[in-house]
Design a protein around this ligand. Structure first.
Ligand SMILES: C[S@@+](CC[C@H](N)C(=O)[O-])C[C@H]1O[C@@H](n2cnc3c(N)ncnc32)[C@H](O)[C@@H]1O
Length: 210
């Protein structure tokens, strides 16, 4: 994926069920997960590598103010269109060093982007520093394919987070076909890392790799 031409992918990106969230069941499934992962009160959400803005839109519908960042101008254009008229801004920039100045956020949301960054550990440290007290990182990642798998296993991600965050919550997502528009056999998961390091605000604390 690191050499994917995202501008070229943008026009058809939303055709995948979990990208465009066009199917009401898939959309509901992601909305439910986001409601669980994001703060309960409306807050400032930074969506890094936001793509066409599908998760940004769900977050906005749940009352959050969204800032999206993507390196692809075509993706940013589509995200701006998708969230036109909402309390949301989309910036062209590097997810690893987003152009947000001194702003701080209640949640930094990153789906399917971290694994392709050249130095994911460094990005995680930077993102953690963008959180307000009580904020959280929400990372959705996986390992895709069986012949030449690509991605980042949960165990590696939680290992990278260990020096930065306290206890984190790992949620397996492979067994929920509603999220993907059908059954999947590979590894898919979310990690929620609270900035206070307690990891216990919603229960379900899991050891890395569980
Ligand atoms: C698989 S898509 C995920 C899009 C969105 N997060 C989602 O889940 O629907 C990866 C996105 O990350 C963006 N991207 C990849 N590397 C990036 C980087 N270094 N900085 C900013 N965006 C990046 C791509 O342009 C693309 O929009």
């Amino acid at each position: 994926m690191t050499d994917v031409d995202w501008d070229a992918e943008a026009a058809s990106f939303d055709e995948e069920p979990d990208h465009g969230l066009r199917d009401p069941g898939v959309r509901r499934a992601w909305a439910g997960r986001l409601r669980d992962w994001l703060p309960g009160r409306p807050g400032d959400v930074l969506d890094l590598g936001c793509g066409t803005g599908s998760l940004s839109l769900l977050a906005s519908e749940q009352g959050h103010r969204v800032t999206g960042v993507d390196a692809s101008p075509a993706m940013v254009t589509l995200a701006r269109e998708k969230l036109a008229g909402r309390d949301a801004v989309f910036l062209l920039g590097d997810a690893a060093a987003p152009p947000v100045g001194e702003r701080r956020f209640d949640a930094v949301l990153v789906r399917h982007v971290l694994w392709a960054l050249p130095d994911p550990g460094r990005a995680l440290r930077h993102w953690y520093g963008l959180l307000r007290p009580g904020g959280r990182l929400v990372l959705v990642e996986g390992v895709w394919g069986s012949v030449q798998p690509v991605g980042i296993p949960a165990e590696r991600l939680t290992g990278l987070l260990a020096p930065v965050a306290g206890r984190v919550r790992v949620q397996r997502l492979s067994d929920d076909p509603l999220l993907w528009g059908g059954p999947v056999a590979d590894e898919r998961y979310a990690v929620v890392a609270p900035s206070d390091g307690s990891g216990q605000e919603r229960g379900e604390v899991a050891a890395p790799g569980e």
